[in-house]
Design a protein. Sequence first.
Length: 170
Amino acid sequence: LEAATTLVQAIKAGQISRFFVIGGCDGAEPGRNYFSDYAAATPADSFILTLGCGKYRINQQDYGNHLGFPRLLDMGQCNDAYGAVQVALALAQAFDCSVNDLPLTLVVSWFEQKAVAVLLSLLALNVQGITLGPKPPAFLTPRVFATLQDRFKLKLTGTDAKADLAVAMA
């Protein structure tokens, strides 16, 4: 949070294109490399905030630095999602806007129940446009998904991380 002033000035100056929160729970089964592909495709003028065990998919890569900060910032485990929310709230307050108006994309990896707590916490804060995947949780029936999609603009990941990233950047 101490760096918030620097980051706010950089966003206003167009030096930061976006913040990506890539987190949640993850497994080792084939096909779960979506999140590492997504992180690898993020622009050099963006930052990646990780939380949960999903970070272990991406934290071994060197994403370099931007504006003197490492592009990959570890926000802790799933139970540390509060810290990531505090960063988003501090930025929203600095811009006098809601979290949903920030240049922020949330991509949540679903694998086990802890990710439900992260997802429900974000929804309780009315955070919009969360992308969830690579497979939806069993409780997310088509009817429940339609309701969450309508109310919170919840999305499921596609099969092409780069294409999904292009949509997020548009």
